[in-house]
Design a protein around this ligand. Structure first.
Ligand code: UDP
Length: 140
């Protein structure tokens, strides 16, 4: 399988509970390498832009509120089949449907406070990485 890069976020519900290290360890233990990382407190404009695909969904307001309520760790992860691997270790969007041992099963509080984000396809990974990082910030 090819070496890929994907975009990941440790969301405010998790950073507020001091879970940055615990979640990063789960990503690393799954075989993913952190090749870029920074802590941001996103503005409303940044959150709305990042999640623009969801702008007409009923949960959009709550999503933006949550994402601007505290710091987020934005990361680029690299590894074999990184996009799918990250989705697997994250677990299902709703933690009550997530498999045992996944990040969301272990740490998420609810569908709205589900601790992590991960790109779902190569195109979105490329777009999302570019939204948060310049090329020189990614060190493989
Ligand atoms: N979300 C929510 N309620 C819903 C569906 C989604 O609050 O009914 C939030 C949740 O935080 C999720 C994010 O919106 O992670 C993006 O939704 P998506 O369907 O893309 O899920 P993901 O790719 O994060 O698993």
């Amino acid at each position: 399988m090819a070496i890929e890069r994907t975009f990941s976020m440790i969301k405010p519900d998790a950073t507020k509970r001091n879970l940055t290290g615990a979640i990063t360890k789960m990503l690393e233990d799954a075989g993913l390498r952190v090749v870029a990382s920074k802590r941001v407190w996103m503005s409303r404009r940044e959150a709305e832009g990042f999640y623009a695909v969801h702008k007409d969904r009923p949960f959009f307001g709550e999503l933006v509120e949550g994402m601007t309520s505290g710091p987020t760790i934005v990361q680029v992860l690299e590894g074999e089949g990184a996009i799918l691997k990250n989705r697997e270790i994250m677990g299902a969007t709703n933690p009550s449907n997530a498999d045992e041992g996944t990040i969301r099963k272990v740490h998420a509080l609810s569908i709205g406070e589900n601790s992590v984000h991960g790109s779902d396809a190569p195109e979105t990974a490329a777009q999302e990485i570019k939204y948060w990082f310049s090329d020189t910030e990614i060190v493989g």
